[in-house]
Write a protein that binds this ligand. Structure first.
Ligand code: OGA
Ligand code: NI
Length: 209
């Protein structure tokens, strides 16, 4: 398990740059368990086409957002997501202590982008959904090579790219949810776990948004 200094460093980087990236996050066994679960869920057709907006405003537009998702029950300690979520919980502690973010909960889903798909420039935090403070993505793509596309690009407010992150296996990308960002079209299927740290308990997001 990681030392506290690892999580403190993450929080400091968020204050300084608005993002941080870690490689080789999980050990091999935990990573393989997650990848296996991902394939099982795909085989069981557990994924559904993602949409944008919430409730009445919910629409599906494949040109804006091309991924398929499957929500995760974060309380399920039997799930192979447990080691990842243990790290997320440590991160939350330090984000609250060092950055005073007041994070109360988090929500996550598995996601895959079929070949050719991406997600146009957007923010994960906006007026109608202000409760997502921090976004994170854990990538599950074996042998991801330069030219496979699917990079996560972070932009500044002038829409100038400030960071390009390849979705390579066992990498965790963390960034402020208000950041403009985009997923470039991928040239082969792209798998991940995406999550958001919330400033309210997640049951409440359904009521208030
Ligand atoms: C999202 C998103 C980034 C990624 O799901 O909102 O921006 O790298 N994902 O998958
Ligand atoms: Ni996003």
């Amino acid at each position: 398990m990681y030392q506290e200094s690892f999580f403190v460093y993450a929080a400091e980087q968020i204050i300084e740059n608005g993002y941080v990236v870690f490689d080789d996050l999980l050990d091999g066994q935990n990573l393989n368990d997650l990848k296996q679960r991902f394939v099982e869920l795909q085989r069981e057709e557990e994924f559904e086409k993602s949409g944008i907006g919430k409730q009445q405003a919910y629409t599906i537009d494949n040109n804006v957002r091309g991924d398929f998702i499957r929500w995760i029950d974060e309380k399920d300690i039997e799930s192979p997501t447990a080691p990842l979520f243990q790290i997320v919980n440590e991160l939350i502690k330090q984000f609250n202590r060092v950055c005073y973010l007041g994070i109360k909960d988090f929500e996550t889903h598995y996601a895959y982008y079929p070949k050719g798909k991406g997600y146009e420039m957007h923010r994960d935090r906006f007026k109608k959904n202000p409760h997502r403070l921090i976004s994170f993505v854990f990538y599950l793509n074996e042998n991801w090579n330069f030219g496979d596309g699917g990079e996560l690009v972070l932009y500044n407010e002038d829409k100038f790219a400030i960071k390009t992150i390849e979705p390579i296996e066992n990498r965790l990308a963390i960034f402020l949810s208000e950041t403009l960002h985009e997923v470039l079209a991928c040239n082969k299927e792209r798998n991940s776990i995406t999550g958001w740290l919330l400033d309210i308990p997640k049951e409440i997001t359904f009521i208030t948004s």
